[in-house]
Design a protein around this ligand. Sequence first.
Ligand SMILES: [Zn+2]
Length: 176
Amino acid sequence: MAILNVVYYGDPRLEKVSEPVGEVTQETRRFVKDMFETMYFTNGVGLSAPQVGVNERIIIVDCSGGSDRDQQVALINPVVVSSTGEQKGTEGCLSFPGLFADVTRPNVVKVKAVDLEGKEIELEGEGLLARALHHEIDHLDGILFIQRMKKADREAIVKKMKKQKFEKSAKDKVLV
Ligand SMILES: [Zn+2]
């Protein structure tokens, strides 16, 4: 297993639409294991493949942050089939270390995807799980959380980002 390099805002791979995975292979499963290692290492609760520089439609989420392995979710080619309600909350992103802002997202999302055995599955998430799923699936379409913010927040963050170089991630916040 390996800790992968997380890429930061400004890297063009974060703003690309990622490619569907054709077939789930041993290599896919190995990559997903590395993604989990990387996410736990950086204290995230969600991670998408483009955030480690791979433009494939793969995401992982674990709202327990690694304390309850039953909460591990790994989705290949995930698609949001329905979203309802609304939640507002402070969000961060592993690709924007140290930056947090309020983002409104659906409160419940239903997702269709393929699991690590190549089987089609459906998953419903509420609250934090819905937020994390929505945030990660956005990554696969090159949509970053700054695009979901109020304009004033986005402008403040982009300004701050230009002055800053990112090496470390915050250790005590929700990062997805
Ligand atoms: Zn993110």
